[in-house]
Design a protein around this ligand. Structure first.
Ligand SMILES: CC(C)(COP(=O)(O)OP(=O)(O)OC[C@H]1O[C@@H](n2cnc3c(N)ncnc32)[C@H](O)[C@@H]1OP(=O)(O)O)[C@@H](O)C(=O)NCCC(=O)NCCS
Length: 233
């Protein structure tokens, strides 16, 4: 396996233990876990009334969110793995490895197989991904995950724009009530971006992640439907 060790994307995923352990290069183990999570959330167990609204293309001012396709492998491969980015997902710098073409293909397939995942595209160029994970149609909640993979494009407002596009889709089209995020406390850029989009800090899990030979806290953030709609009407 060309692999990085298992990482905890749970900080992006919220409540599911299944999705909280997966491989950053998009390995098969990751696919299995994601599929289990979908079943646990009710996908496939009963007809989903929102199915037709899933993964619609979402157009913003500077970017668009669209479904992944097999043609995206080269673009993802060329973005590579950057330590300063993957450590924001809880991967220690010492274990970061270059992204392989197979890893890029697995990443693309994972998005294709996911019911609520989009690639982030700027001027026709793939720069990252954004997802709603653990969609729970009974409690009308989900968790959100986002990653821009080009270090040169961080801090330019693109992440906030992508998040706001996704939130409008989540609260208006899918009529969800709550979106949650788990983020490493040292990821101050992400926390600031989430706050700009309306998320508030709801709690803190102390020493929840061991990264770069040290314990780090996770920050729990959330945004409710009425809060988003009152701020963005
Ligand atoms: C998190 C992410 C999606 C945010 O998107 P982005 O385009 O970089 O963020 P934005 O430019 O919209 O907003 C970032 C804000 O943080 C601020 N910021 C940047 N670096 C910072 C730092 N080290 N400390 C505090 N604030 C910082 C910026 O100034 C900006 O705030 P402002 O608009 O008030 O000036 C993106 O940075 C990313 O993909 N990072 C790598 C992966 C990651 O962290 N994913 C999230 C895991 S939970």
């Amino acid at each position: 396996m060309d692999a990085l060790p298992p990482k905890r994307v749970g900080r992006m995923n919220g409540s599911s233990l299944m999705s909280a352990i997966h491989w950053p290069d998009g390995s098969a183990k990751n696919l299995i876990l994601i599929h289990r999570t979908k079943r646990a959330a009710g996908f496939g167990a009963f007809a989903n009334p929102l199915r037709e609204t899933m993964a619609a293309t979402l157009e913003g001012k500077r970017l668009r969110l669209r479904q992944a396709s097999a043609d995206d492998v080269d673009a993802r491969f060329s973005l590579g793995n950057h330590a300063e980015i993957v450590e924001m997902f809880g991967v220690s710098r010492s274990v970061v490895r270059p992204l392989t073409r197979d890893g890029a293909a697995r990443w693309v397939q994972r998005l294709i197989d996911h019911s609520h995942a989009w690639v982030i595209e700027v001027h026709g160029r793939l720069i990252g991904e954004i997802r709603l994970d653990n969609v729970d149609l009974h409690d009308r909640r989900a968790s959100m995950a986002i990653g821009i993979f080009d270090p040169a494009l961080l801090g330019k407002g693109l992440g906030s724009e992508a998040i706001l596009l996704l939130l409008r889709h989540a609260f208006v089209d899918l009529q969800l009530h709550r979106i949650g995020i788990r983020v490493l406390a040292y990821n101050q850029r992400a926390i600031r971006a989430y706050e700009k989009c309306g998320f508030v800090v709801e709690g803190r899990e102390r020493e929840a992640a061991f990264v770069n030979d040290a314990w780090h806290d996770d920050v729990m953030m959330g945004l409710l439907e009425h809060e988003f709609l009152s701020q963005n009407s």
